[in-house]
Design a protein around this ligand. Structure first.
Ligand SMILES: CCCCCCCC/C=C\CCCCCCCC(=O)SCCNC(=O)CCNC(=O)[C@H](O)C(C)(C)COP(=O)(O)OP(=O)(O)OC[C@H]1O[C@@H](n2cnc3c(N)ncnc32)[C@H](O)[C@@H]1OP(=O)(O)O
Length: 228
């Protein structure tokens, strides 16, 4: 996979010069499909079509789903492997640009035990009126701390996630996400992180992860979906 411009990611970790490493995107056709589905979801929240027209749109959507069902993998993309290693970043429900459920994360940069990314939470992610749902804010931070731990070469599972919501996290704007490993003890890896909008930190996280052997220290994009 290494060296391919689409469908593979850079190693999680520092670049040759020690600086952050850009993470390449997945195959364009998969991102495009997921983007169009995201727009569909968002528009379903805004549309004021009459019920009869909504019914017709629903039938159109069902027809598109049938078209996708036409040719299926033996198991869902969530379980796809590359060289026998389970991978997740394209299909991840937080990060994955190929997963329409994901906001997703964009402009991901990996450093040594650190990650940075942007995310825009659209109207579908609203909790309290006009602000992002706290569960999604937590999900973004959980993912960020997982990536930072993996970037330190100690991929693991979150066992503690303490999120503090300092102020409203706004919808529909580019938010900046950062997480970095603060220390470790045995298999436990301590990671802190934050989400901010326009220099204002809206939420912070302090997490403990337990390093689990067998998890990949790098995230690769999946298979050949969308390239054909
Ligand atoms: C995760 C995939 C990473 C892939 C990386 C790929 C590359 C990067 C790409 C993309 C980034 C991906 C980012 C993913 C983001 C998603 C993250 C999630 O959704 S995580 C799901 C929620 N968390 C769980 O479901 C864990 C549930 N817990 C467990 O399954 C077990 O506890 C497990 C496997 C984590 C550890 O179990 P044991 O049996 O191996 O180990 P024991 O001995 O119980 O614990 C080890 C140490 O941890 C402490 N510990 C365990 N739980 C603790 C807790 N709740 N609080 C404090 N310490 C705890 C223990 O006291 C022990 O400490 P002492 O070594 O004795 O000092």
């Amino acid at each position: 996979m290494a060296g391919e411009s689409s469908g593979s990611t850079s190693d999680a970790g520092s670049g040759a010069g020690g600086g952050p490493v850009e993470v390449a995107g997945p195959p364009r056709a998969r991102t495009e499909l997921a983007d169009r589905i995201r727009e569909l979801v968002e528009m379903s929240m805004w549309t004021d079509l009459a019920p009869g027209e909504l019914g017709a749109v629903a039938r159109d959507v069902a027809a598109l789903t049938e078209r996708l069902r036409d040719r299926m993998l033996p198991s869902s993309r969530m379980l796809e492997t590359v060289d026998g290693v389970p991978t997740g970043s394209v299909n991840d429900p937080v990060e994955g640009s190929g997963n329409p459920v994901a906001p997703p994360l964009t402009g991901i940069r990996m450093g040594d035990g650190e990650m940075w990314a942007s995310v825009r939470l659209g109207d579908a992610y609203q909790g309290a009126p006009g602000r992002a749902h706290g569960g999604w804010v937590s999900a973004v931070l959980d993912h960020a701390v997982g990536r930072a731990a993996a970037a330190a070469g100690t991929p693991g599972m979150t066992v503690v996630l303490n999120v503090e919501y300092h102020r409203a996290t706004p919808l529909g704007v580019p938010l900046e996400v950062h997480a970095g490993v603060a220390g470790s003890q045995g298999r436990k890896v301590y990671v802190t992180g934050r989400i901010q909008y326009d220099e204002q930190v809206t939420a912070t996280v302090s997490a403990t992860l337990v390093a689990v052997s067998g998890l990949p220290a790098r995230a690769e994009h999946t298979g050949d979906g969308g390239r054909a």
